[in-house]
Design a protein around this ligand. Sequence first.
Ligand code: RUB
Length: 318
Amino acid sequence: MDGEVAPAVEAVAADIADMEIRGAATIARAAAGALATQAKASDADSPDRFRADMHAAAGVLYDTRPTAVSLPNALRFVFQSMDGTTVESLRQSAVDAAERFQSQLERAQDDLGEIGANRLRDGDTVMTHCHSTDALACIEAALEQGKELSAVVKETRPRNQGHITAEQLREWDVPVTLIVDGAARRYLDEVDHVLVGADAVAADGSVINKIGTSGLAVSARERGVPIMTAAQTIKLHPGTLTGHTVEIEMRDEAEVIDDETRADIGEITVENPAFDVTPPRYMDAIVTERGQFPPESIVTLMRELFGEASARPWEGPA
Ligand code: RUB
């Protein structure tokens, strides 16, 4: 049975695809909210019809960006909590689940921030990559503890999410030095920590985050600078427990070079992977709301949280 997707859900999906809504936690929050919107908007006259509408909406949201596992984890949460024998009870359970997911997300980020902040000392300088709300939660909590911090912010080509990080840090009165990505190793000797977020964490402890994270991690290890990933448990990728790999999004070449410059250069291939994989041996710690983990032991938390859960409940029975 084909479901009908509410225009407001299509709009959220378009915003995620265009990166108007971006960053793994923010995407997850928006996806859960969109399912609540779909539940409220559905004019289904039977439970099957209602479920079909919800599945269709989840499919549209799922197809936006492939790497941030928080998106399917948000969809899974709502579908696993959706329960009832009437349209109204299904609708209410979906709306309640989406709200619960969103408030858990907020609480998890606060709890994670408290834990990550314990790794930061008064007077430390932190190097950031991209814009991660989980990573910033650690800095915010440290500031609330009365610690003074400064930051070296990588601009993060091609989309310069470092500018968003810099703006947020300045709002908190943190002194910021903005650098181009290629300058990172030169500045590592001046920083005490590297702090990044994650779009997904694999069962072997690999961290999938914005392109450039892995090179930064290797350099940090070489310079002896500790590097941590701040990642709520919705970033844990259940599919990797059964051998699946995380798809790395390839984005438009136009983000890297404009048409005119490209034409001037001549025939070239341009590639624009949005994320990369940092092997666990280059990461000191993964900080979640459930505590701090050496990357190699994150699998125990994953088994506890996901068990044998179906990977894509919104697709329905085969
Ligand atoms: C964002 C990015 C962030 C993670 C974590 O990539 O790589 O580091 O998503 O963010 P993009 P958060 O800008 O391509 O979405 O901690 O906010 O979930």
